[in-house]
Design a protein around this ligand. Sequence first.
Ligand SMILES: Nc1nc(=O)[nH]c2c1ncn2[C@H]1C[C@H](O)[C@@H](COP(=O)(O)OP(=O)(O)O)O1
Length: 213
Amino acid sequence: MEKKDGPHAAKSKVVKEEALWTGKWLKVEQTTYLDPKGQIRTWETVKRTTRTASCGTDGVAIMAILKRTLHHDCLLLVKQFRPPMGCYTIELPAGLVDSGETVQAAALRELQEETGYHAEITGVSPVLCLDPGISNCTELLVSAVINGDDPENRRPQQELEFIEVLLVPVNELLQKLTEMSNKGMVVDARVHIYAMALVQATAKPNLLPLLKA
Ligand SMILES: Nc1nc(=O)[nH]c2c1ncn2[C@H]1C[C@H](O)[C@@H](COP(=O)(O)OP(=O)(O)O)O1
């Protein structure tokens, strides 16, 4: 019987990793691997130098929903200049997990540093890949809620001057992201997909083009 991953899946594996260049934060390797047909091939791979064995991921991203009386729920996003992109991006608060730190602690620390808010964690994803065509970089997505009525969250003190905090009402997320894209910012794919999913989940079935007669 064919395996679920296809007839050749068991043959695919990495056989050698050779360093081509190593910097402070990143390294480039040539990965030698067996393709699904058992043929030897190579791939150019980027890795972070900062990954620690203990937590099994490079970083965390925090999907934090701010809840306040008499306000629409808002998703917390951060706007910052990203040198590799050469422009401002719109992303979830995120960062690298420090050595010896738990994923939960890293998520709460990054959220506090980048936005000033204190949150309660409601869920943690499995390890997720970010750009597997070029890199082994991974992230865990931590869900959280922020009680905006709590005194500690009334006047959040953001610590990083180069990061702008955006509170975007969840019910108009896709529209707001589109407006920011039109102004030249680049939106993180995960944030955009979340916004699309919210629209799809709340749209009436008879508005879906596929179901139109
Ligand atoms: N690829 C990188 N090049 C750098 O020159 N510096 C980098 C890289 N990746 C991370 N960093 C530095 C920049 C920050 O001082 C620290 C921590 O970043 P962190 O906040 O944890 O993560 P991001 O918000 O995703 O940048 O690492």
